[in-house]
Design a binder for this molecule. Structure first.
Ligand SMILES: Nc1ncnc2c1ncn2[C@@H]1O[C@H](COP(=O)(O)OP(=O)(O)OP(=O)(O)O)[C@@H](O)[C@H]1O
Ligand SMILES: [Mg+2]
Length: 487
């Protein structure tokens, strides 16, 4: 390989047919005189068809570049060289760091010698060692192309905001399951808003036997085994549900607050009394109607109960998950749109409450297709307020434009699967920790189950890996009418 050109932080390298390099590979451009080296990543491979490149190659043919004119040269001997040149490729590489005295710095301001520098491939394990991507809590994400493992450290997803995105069916939920079980294995508390009801079987192996996580997986199904008693509900949470999920206007909200406090003081706070109090309320007709319709939604959701014994599951699961680790799966599969918002509002309120009282240290929250249940103002909340309380969120979606811009700008890690759609790639490129060229060029060619990992977990060295398989009963398959045709 030979250095050809440098423009800003892009290197162009001529690669001969015998030296194969592919998109995503890392190269080390060493300059012995300067005692420095550049680490660059191949982001595109092109034919070396530029006239300048051909001239350059002819001048420096590997056999010393014998003069091509003169009578003693057999014209046929040129042919192999010509083919060699025709097959040479031009590697467009992005400079990722400078290596000096075993230390990495992000600069790309110096120029290696064109004649003296040597270029070789840098293996992923070597790169990971240089970048110090290791730690005491390893999570094996999968295998890289040079058959080494990509291992990240669980502490690098601690306190972070993450995005898992990619086309439909490419393995996003699979990766989030992998991250979840590993976090639970390290005794973390994990909560997932499970839109398709596909996480409940994390405690079972492929053939349906219990695995080591079985006792740590708690599935909550709203209005079945997951209910709330009004008297356990903090007023702030109820007001959050009424105002945000059910859009109760200000005047009616004030009236409701007064009613709630009155019933609470009298020790008579339950669904039946609340319903009666609203019916008998002596006030403006509109206010009463507004309250009555919201009460109706409350009652219809089946999520609220008057029997406190029925309503302790979330507390119990959080308590169990607190020390030994555990995953609380909020199954939203059969929950209607409005009820979903009520449940999510309640769970988030409860988490903030438990975290602010230090009943919990921190929670890893996984949210599948969050735009279907997360209200507008929560997005900002999640990157600011909730993060400080200790809620560390991972958004999972196949529609990247449903995630708000603030989230992209603040995201610490992005796990990117295949996208071919320009618009989707544009959206992901907005993330602060990635550059648009890398995203566009590499993500477009990713095969299924392969993921481009970007951000803090890989110390900003984008790495492609095939996500490893899990011995966990999967439920994420798309339902098909003609299953054999697709297998
Ligand atoms: N790395 C992997 N190894 C083996 N099987 C995998 C891997 N990743 C995904 N699968 C399988 O591929 C199928 C689809 O994966 P998954 O449900 O994770 O995709 P998805 O991106 O979440 O899809 P959707 O957009 O529909 O939610 C599942 O049956 C899953 O078990
Ligand atoms: Mg999925």
């Amino acid at each position: 390989m030979k250095l050809y050109k440098k423009e800003g932080n892009i290197l162009q390298i001529i690669s001969f047919p015998t030296e194969s390099a592919e998109k995503g590979d890392y190269l080390l451009v060493e300059d012995a005189d300067a005692a420095k080296a550049l680490i660059a990543q191949v982001i595109d491979v092109q034919f070396a068809a530029v006239p300048g490149v051909l001239e350059e190659l002819l001048r420096t043919l590997p056999d010393g570049g014998e003069p091509l004119q003169g009578e003693d040269i057999d014209p046929m001997e040129i042919a192999p060289h010509i083919t060699y040149i025709q097959d040479a490729s031009l590697l467009i590489c992005k400079i990722r760091a400078t290596l000096e005295n075993e230390m990495l710095s992000p600069s790309s301001s110096w120029l290696p010698s064109r004649s003296q520098s040597t270029i070789k491939k840098l293996s992923i394990p070597m790169l990971m060692k240089l970048a110090k991507v290791d730690g005491k809590l390893p999570i094996i994400l999968g295998g890289t192309k040079d058959s080494s493992l990509l291992t990240i450290d669980a502490s690098s997803i601690d306190g972070t905001l993450n995005i898992i995105t990619g086309k439909k069916g490419c393995g996003k939920s699979h990766l989030s399951k992998l991250l979840m079980v590993n976090l639970v294995g390290y005794k973390a508390t994990v909560v997932i808003f499970d839109l398709n009801g596909e996480y409940s079987s994390l405690g079972l192996t492929n053939d349906g036997k219990r695995n080591m996580y079985y006792d740590k997986i708690h599935t909550l199904i709203p209005s079945q085994n997951f209910k709330v008693a009004l008297e356990q509900l903090p007023l702030n949470t109820v007001m959050g549900i009424l105002v945000n999920a059910l859009h109760l206007p200000g005047t009616s909200a004030r009236e409701f607050r007064r009613l709630w406090k009155m019933l609470k003081e009298q020790g008579k706070l339950n669904m039946q009394n609340l319903g009666e109090a609203i019916r008998d309320l002596n006030c403006n007709q509109h206010v009463r109607d507004a309250l009555a319709s919201r009460f109706h939604s409350f009652a219809n959701s089946g999520f609220f109960t008057d029997c406190p014994g029925e309503a302790t599951l979330l507390d119990e699961s959080l308590f169990k998950a607190k020390d030994a680790g555990g995953a609380i799966i909020v199954n939203l599969k059969n929950t209607s749109n409005i009820d979903r918002q009520i449940v999510v509002e309640y769970v988030l309120g409860k988490l903030v409450d438990s975290l602010s009282n230090w009943k919990l240290k921190a929670v890893f929250l996984f949210a599948e297709e969050a735009h279907l249940y997360l209200r507008e103002t929560y997005w900002d909340d999640i990157v600011t307020r909730m993060r400080h309380y200790g809620i560390f969120t991972t958004f999972i979606t196949n529609q990247p434009d449903t995630i708000q811009d603030t989230i992209y700008r603040q995201a610490d890690n992005i796990f990117l699967f295949n996208f071919t759609n320009e618009h989707d790639l544009d959206v992901v490129s907005r993330a602060a920790r990635v550059d648009a060229e890398t995203v566009r060029s590499i993500a477009r060619d990713l095969p299924p189950h392969h993921c481009l990992t970007l951000g803090k977990v890989v110390r900003d060295f984008p790495i492609v890996a095939r996500v490893r398989a899990l011995d966990i009963k999967t439920m994420g398959e798309t339902r098909l009418f003609f299953p054999t045709l697709n297998s």
